[in-house]
Design a protein around this ligand. Structure first.
Ligand code: SIN
Length: 359
């Protein structure tokens, strides 16, 4: 599902309205800056059609008319919740998470969520990796362990690697040129997803209950239950059983897709945005349906339940430049907490935690 600025898409997909919107909003750079990566300048994009729930919230508080099709929900939730007339089951809660909560979940997403037995995109190649964030802060490198062989054995499928272990950078250089290694910082930057609770198997696009797993942390469960209430009109309680954490770096996008592997689509997906601002595309039941574009900022929460569960959606763009990322308050909070490595990470990243009831 992930792509980057350089990904190619088959021509026939370009014909759908969803794909055209993805192309419109995704990050392109000015040609003149192509040769020098450091100075690359994003091409300007027309954002006039992107719904902005920050200004919608302001209009709501000032009793000013809302954009056509945006409807405030009367549901007794402790913050304003908005729905969209032509996308039943979709709810937007602007600024649902306090800045403190945002910091907390960013830190958890970097430290505890990628810890085994939770799986990440790195599992397929490296196996389970413990303490990646700590290793990245300590500038360590992950080094291949060849077991009794002293170096790579080309006759074996993975070169004969028995496992991977973190070492100090200076220890790696003393191992010589045959040593296969990758810096922990690079691995942290290449972290794309981790899965909590029931583990999602991306190759089968389904949950694999046979995989070892821990329950979703209780504080996250309680938060998700509370946030889900506007989409649970019958007063039932949402039961968080699995969550996917998506990590976005500059130029990353999440292509249009459906989240349809859960048994009961009347239950919402609770989706929390953290870090840099993004554009979210909410399509219809077919890729040909023109999607609605909206900004997602740190602390915003989106619920997708019922009919909205059948709608294609994706994230074509995140904004990592100081002018547009809109993370000033987050930066302040992180500086207070002396958490400079998390701050450094989130300055050019976005994290999305989406929590699901699987059965
Ligand atoms: C998703 O649809 O899986 C994630 C959406 C987001 O990143 O906001």
């Amino acid at each position: 599902m992930y792509g980057s600025e350089s990904s190619t898409v088959p021509e026939d997909l370009e014909r759908t309205a969803f794909r055209r919107a993805e192309k419109k909003y995704k990050l392109y750079y000015e040609d003149t800056y192509k040769s020098s990566k450091k100075k690359r300048k994003p091409k300007p994009v027309d954002l006039s059609e992107v719904l902005d729930f920050n200004s919608i919230l302001e209009s709501y508080y000032q009793n000013v008319e809302l954009p056509h099709g945006v409807v405030p929900l009367r549901c007794g939730f402790d913050r304003p919740v908005f729905s969209l007339e032509n996308r039943p089951g979709f709810y937007f809660i602007p600024g649902a998470l306090s800045v403190k909560e945002q910091c907390q979940w960013i830190k958890e997403s970097l430290t505890s969520f990628p810890q085994p037995p939770n799986r990440t995109n790195h599992n397929a190649f490296y196996g389970p990796i413990n303490d990646l964030f700590i290793a990245a802060n300590e500038r360590k490198a992950l080094v291949a362990d060849w077991g009794s062989n002293s170096e790579c054995d080309p006759s074996v499928s993975n070169g004969g690697v028995h496992g991977w272990k973190f070492f100090e950078e200076h220890e790696v250089s003393s191992k010589g040129s045959t040593c296969k290694s990758v810096s922990a910082l690079v691995l942290l930057r290449k972290l794309r997803w981790s899965t909590l609770g029931l583990q999602f198997d991306w190759s089968k696009r389904n949950y694999d209950v046979s995989l070892p797993h821990k329950k979703i942390p209780d504080t996250l469960c309680q938060l998700a239950k509370r946030l889900a209430t506007p989409a649970m009109p019958l007063g039932e309680e949402f039961q968080p059983e699995g969550a996917i954490v998506n990590y976005f770096g500059p130029g990353d996008m999440l292509g249009g897709h459906l989240d349809d592997m859960e048994a009961d689509w009347s239950k919402p997906i609770v989706s929390m945005s953290l870090g840099c601002k993004a554009i979210f595309l909410l399509g219809g039941k077919h890729r040909e349906d023109p999607p609605i574009a909206m900004f997602l900022r740190s602390g915003d929460v989106v619920l997708m339940a019922g009919e909205a569960r059948e709608c294609f959606h994706g994230v074509p763009r995140i904004f990592t430049d100081g002018e547009n990322d809109e993370i000033v308050t987050l930066e302040r909070q992180f500086s207070h907490e002396d958490d400079f490595s998390a701050l450094e990470y989130i300055r050019s990243s976005r994290i999305n935690i989406n929590i699901r009831q699987v059965y």
